[in-house]
Design a protein around this ligand. Structure first.
Ligand SMILES: [Zn+2]
Ligand SMILES: [Zn+2]
Length: 152
């Protein structure tokens, strides 16, 4: 197999894998033994920085580590780290800017996918506590959250 295909698989694969990692981390770690880091993200009110942002820092460090380790050989580690970084960037734009509006950019949308994603995440935030949450995933949005098709 040509090397560029392997690299592309690593990049796309790690991007997709990270949705699973984010879901797992959110459900079992953030709402588990590291709830103390995630708690302030479920508290209402606006804070410039949240303790919850530390998770982003940890994932970013992991991705930088892979990129640096693979930078000389431009091997799978480089592309995998880049895949994680791309997921992190997507997560940041969609979660922090679009959903939570920490920066007031695109606040309005008619895109059904984005509306579903925002709804699912708002439902996740309805629970202020650690237990029995739902919708822990992020970019993959379950069908039940999608708005009904209208023929308007
Ligand atoms: Zn949560
Ligand atoms: Zn959130």
């Amino acid at each position: 197999m040509p090397i560029w295909i392997i690299n592309a698989i690593c990049f796309v694969g790690f991007f997709l894998l990270w949705e699973g990692v984010a879901w797992f981390t959110h459900k079992y770690i953030m709402h588990g033994f590291l709830w103390s880091w995630h708690k302030d993200h479920h508290e209402p009110g606006y804070k410039r920085f949240e303790k919850n942002d530390l998770f982003g820092v940890v994932f970013a460090a992991l991705s930088v580590l892979l990129i640096v380790m693979g930078a000389e050989a431009w091997d799978w580690r480089f592309w995998s780290g880049l895949g994680i970084a791309a997921y992190g960037a997507a997560y940041f734009f969609v979660h922090d800017i679009f959903v939570h509006q920490r920066v007031k950019w695109f606040t309005r949308t008619n895109n059904r996918y984005l509306m579903a994603l925002r709804k699912a995440h708002k439902i996740h935030h309805k629970k202020l506590g650690k237990e029995d949450g739902e919708a822990f995933g992020f970019l993959f949005v379950h069908r039940k959250y999608w708005p009904k098709k209208t023929n308007a």
